[in-house]
Design a binder for this molecule. Sequence first.
Ligand SMILES: [Ca+2]
Length: 235
Amino acid sequence: MKTTVLLLLSVAWTCSGRSSSNSANISTTFHFPTAHQTTDWIRYIHYFPNLQEVTACAWVTPYDLSYQSTLFSYAINGNFEEFTVFLDGPALLRVLVSQTGHDVIIPTLHENEKTHICFWFSQSLNQVGAQINGIKSNKVVYLGNNYIQGGGKLFFGQEQDSLGGSFDSQQSFSGEITDFTMWPRVLDSIEMAKIATTCEYPHDIILQPTIDKIEKNGDVTITYSEKCNALFNDS
Ligand SMILES: [Ca+2]
């Protein structure tokens, strides 16, 4: 009997495509309208956990790729670059883990064009990597020697040079970030491709900055859509 129920649930999840934890299949976009400022940000206000491994994915539409655009920065007490990711120009993703920087070369992004970006870190695999639009991936050796420690502060759109502040206008982000999601493991390339192409999200999500879990500042706006984001599905 229990098996039947589980099977039915499994079928229901498969049909709905998107993760059951993404309530009502709502897609969330953060809009950062202005480059070179320190006042526009989204802060995740729930607890950030310890992470020995992580994959994060989002749709990113950069408005200005002429400087370092910080997608997010995660700082802990005494280490303000615990986990920070920025676009350093159009074809380089810079991933800082435990104050150690990694340059992952990616296919060239274009301003005002939506691109699906997944990136991961694994202490056990000793790896930092990224996959773009579900197909092109690249990885480098993790050069640090620690995992990501929890309990810190996570900001989207600004780079923290102190815990929760000291933002640098030359490292702010302008553009859109849609459906940012984290998993506590390295997703395989097929899982990342399915997120980008058919909007199928693995269910073991560990962090999603939904409206009930964030605070916003400045000119950032948030919009919602019931339409699933996926490649080849643009209107
Ligand atoms: Ca900085």
